[in-house]
Write a protein that binds this ligand. Structure first.
Ligand SMILES: [Zn+2]
Length: 249
């Protein structure tokens, strides 16, 4: 949580004391970041442990004011073990413009996240916010919160953080298409193949936001998203896809 808090700050996804993170420790305990602290200054000793009702079990600081949102996600999604909430500027710009990120513009995003819906506005720290998110939580792994920010969650905190990065990166790409005045969304059979691949990856638990491979010409680590695996999967399962598409049509 300290590491990914620092990452959120470094990448400019939060300002001042914005944002919060949590992990599910076991069936009864959640560890959450404290309120009123810059995510760039977090230390392990700052964390707060609460039960599923939000009662503090350990830690000296007050818990994040967005605790109710975290508890709601853990209640509705048994598979979720980590949650990241932040205000990345481009994705939050879409949320402030009332625009969901639901157009299938980039194949990896369709596979990894499906689409990113926009929840209606709710005052932070109140049940309004939870009410706005509740209908979307079961079927989406990242949600734009109107006039507020983004929440992303996954089977680990690392994967939840990666989803946050994917949302912001996709928002930047979507913004460029808006600036260019032209969008060319995936459609038809191409889109169906990606949806099918997504459902297969989900059912095998094989969706990983990315794998890190060592070394490019500059000796830097390079993150490489899923396209190769995706392309291979589509190529090797092409027959399956086509027969399923036919069966579905
Ligand atoms: Zn917030």
């Amino acid at each position: 949580m300290v590491h990914f808090g620092h990452m959120l700050h470094q990448r400019g996804y939060v300002a001042a004391t914005d944002g919060n993170l949590s992990v599910r420790l076991d069936d009864e305990r959640i560890m959450v970041t404290p309120t009123c602290m810059s995510k760039s200054m977090l230390r392990t000793s700052d964390m707060v442990v609460v039960d599923l009702e939000g009662r503090r079990l350990a830690g000296n600081r007050d818990v994040s004011s967005e605790l109710a949102m975290h508890l709601l996600i853990y209640r509705l999604r048994a598979d979720v073990k980590g949650i990241v909430h932040a205000h990345p500027p481009t994705a939050t710009g879409f949320a402030a413009a009332g625009l969901p990120l639901n157009q299938p513009l980039v194949c990896e995003v369709v596979i990894g996240l499906g689409s990113i819906p926009l929840a209606k506005y709710g005052t932070p720290g109140t049940p309004e916010l939870s009410d706005a998110l509740e209908p979307l939580i079961p079927q989406y792994d990242a949600i734009l919160m109107s006039n507020h920010g983004v929440v992303a969650y996954a089977d680990t905190l690392h994967h939840a953080y990666m989803k946050m990065e994917t949302v912001e990166h996709f928002a930047q790409i979507a913004l460029v298409t808006h600036l260019l005045g032209r969008q060319q969304p995936l459609e038809g059979e191409d889109l169906e193949k990606l949806k099918l691949a997504r459902s297969r990856y989900q059912s095998t638990g094989a969706i990983q936001p990315c794998s890190i491979v060592a070394g490019n010409d500059h000796g830097r680590l390079q993150t490489r998203p899923t396209p190769l695996r995706l392309e291979n999967a589509i190529r090797t399962r092409g027959k399956d896809f086509r027969s399923q598409l036919k069966a579905n049509s």
